[in-house]
Write a protein that binds this ligand. Structure first.
Ligand code: ADP
Ligand code: MG
Length: 239
């Protein structure tokens, strides 16, 4: 049985068809990339899977349970974690406290949540920033914090939206290594990436979207050579 099943998802915003009958499955242990040019419908799909948007048609199942119709909080409690493309840490909380907010969703003992948050900060390379305020972090560090907060909810499926988006080039290899480490540690990952260099480094399989539709789904090497995928990216940086 697949861990995540996306079946016939359609989402309209006025005249824009942001997702059009999108279907694919993710098996436990996979790291699947979701690619596509700007406006392809990647973020909309994540919002639908995580309960922030309701689709006009189709349904999403996780471990056989229907997610469609549930609130974001209910989806998260079932074991689907996510990061946001637009970062929004609690600016007035410390880095450690931000991660504790995630940990407290599953564990109601503050002492244990703090210990768990410290462990996760160690994993993501932010241990030395634990007591800094979130607002003082660089973009790359905020991306790590966002990942740490999501990991603290102990997801069995983790959705990452543009983990390397907007960070400086020097921070990218470290973030790639971190995503690989999280996958090796046992998480199933669905990763949106605009940067082809990043996606080919981390994903075993890719689902490519264009104008809201799945135009390719298969092994990374095959999808990155697919004619429709290359054409969809023409005119945009294929880096
Ligand atoms: P991607 O993440 O692949 O860049 P999005 O899912 O953000 O693409 O957007 C897909 C399409 O849906 C775009 O045309 C975008 O303008 C539109 N869209 C996304 N969210 C909204 C919204 N909340 N309201 C109106 N249009 C939206
Ligand atoms: Mg997006």
């Amino acid at each position: 049985m697949s861990l995540l099943s996306v079946a016939g998802i359609t989402k309209r915003f006025g005249g824009v068809l942001a997702n059009r009958e999108v279907s694919f499955d993710v098996a436990a242990g996979e790291l699947v990339g979701v690619i596509g040019p700007n406006g392809a419908g990647k973020s909309t799909l994540f919002e639908i899977i995580t309960g922030f948007y309701r689709p006009d048609a189709g349904e999403v199942r996780f471990e056989g349970k229907r997610l469609t119709g549930l609130s974001p909080d209910q989806v998260s409690r079932l074991g689907v974690g996510r990061t946001f493309q637009k970062l929004r840490p609690f600016q007035g909380l410390t880095v450690l406290e931000n991660v504790m907010v995630g940990a407290l969703q599953k564990c109601h003992d503050v002492g244990r949540a703090r210990a768990e948050a410290r462990e996760i900060l160690e994993r993501v390379g932010l241990a030395d920033k634990a007591d800094a305020y979130a607002r003082t972090l660089s973009t790359g560090q905020r991306k790590r914090l966002e990942l740490a907060r999501a990991l603290a909810t102990r997801p069995r499926l983790l959705l990452l939206d543009e983990v390397t988006g907007g960070v400086d080039q020097r921070s990218i290899p470290g973030l790639i290594g971190l995503v690989q480490e999280v996958h090796r540690a046992g998480s199933t990952l669905l990763v949106i990436e605009h940067n082809m260099r990043v996606i080919t480094a981390v994903a075993q399989r890719i689902v490519a979207l264009h104008l809201g539709e799945v135009i390719a789904d298969g092994p990374t090497e095959a999808v990155t050579r697919d004619r429709r995928v290359i054409e969809a990216y023409l005119g945009q940086a294929y880096t």
